[in-house]
Design a protein around this ligand. Sequence first.
Ligand code: LLP
Length: 462
Amino acid sequence: MQNSGLQYLSASTDASETRSPNQHLLPLTAKVNPQDHLEIGGCDVTALVEQFGTPLYIVDETTLRTACQQYREAFKRHYPGESLVLYASKAWNCLAICAIVASEGLGIDVVSGGELYTALQAGVPPQKTYLHGNNKSSEEIQLAIENECTVVADNWSDLKILAQLSQQSIVDHPIRVMIRFTPGIECHTHEYIRTGHLDSKFGFDPGQLDEVFQFISQQPGLVCIGVHAHIGSQIFELQPHEDLGYVIIDTLTKANQYGLNLSEVNIGGGLGICYTESDDPPSIEEWVKIVTDSIVNACQQKQYPLPRLLCEPGRSIIGSSCVTAYTVGSQKQVPGIRTYIAVDGGMSDNPRPITYQSLYRVVLANQMSAPMTEPVTLAGKHCESGDILIKDAQLPKVESGDILVVMATGAYNYSMASNYNRLSKPAAILVNDGDANVIIERESYQDLIGKDRLPERLTLNP
Ligand code: LLP
């Protein structure tokens, strides 16, 4: 049988389905309707495109909520102590996504004042909000502590700002601090998204921890609640996460020597997702089982009481719940070499292929069962030769006006989007049970110049 867009669906509709969202290429509600169109969240993608235009991020609420629930439930099942899953909102931080995740009981990890402000505006409880970042400003830290969020200290600069702020008594509650360190664990992922090896800009070097614990134990206004480590992103191996459990519990016992009674550990995120049919990440359940077992075993070995266990996945929560719809425009055939199919977006709405050589898959949403007979290259519309979304894609014959859907675009697409070539950022819609709501409006040309200022002396038409 010739491949068609249906190949990405068939397994998802299997009744004995046990895979988690990160193991699917399409959102869990994806179907093909009698018109042979792709349907997501009960909405025909071609109708969504008619109503909202392209490029269009389409977020499936069911898939997003399922990922949150699977993490939450798996921790409850496998961890005998207290646990909290934080959503690493750098993957996609906006009001609606923060609100959905928080309504599932998850907390949020933010890495800037902007992400923090958004999460708070979305109603995320501050007690479940953790501020990260390797170069936080004093204002960002102040915003976090005034709102009673926890600050994850990444370096001496953070600790000094925290100590100063605590001495100024600008808040009358204890300031909750975690210490992030680099655990020295290697994993196989793109070098730009690896963070746990020792030569990383994030976190304290393990050799500095004695001094750090000593310092913080002498700060009456700071309460050191625990330690944090994250080893990298888009990881398919489980071993590094198992190793991390032991390293992190070792660090807790070290803090003990300075009279610090740490009761929380955060083992970061990193679970990978499927971008192509050959990707085979572990399920959420498998990942949680490994990390919880390793923490439990390490605590037993060290005779340390079970800490409150936090993790902070981003990609595996939002990644598979979203697709991006584009309209096909021009085509160019280079005889004997390749055919370029151009769409109306590209590196500005999905910078991952040009940044990390990431692979994606695409389907023809208005003709899902058409055989994929054409080897093509899917190009964006930016003035940059490297603006290629998919180098060797398989598609049916397509024409200008056809609707293409690139899958698994929920993580680090919108959040890394730009206005390169002054393209407007696309709209994002949330689909659920046949309803579609705009969660981010498409930028207008007016929005694009909204922050430009034209000094009077440059005005050409007075
Ligand atoms: N926690 C920390 C401290 C992190 O640095 C990250 C990701 C996460 C959690 C979430 O990791 P995840 O579960 O999403 O793998 N822009 C890159 C990914 C950068 C990841 C940065 N840190 C990409 O598009 O692949």
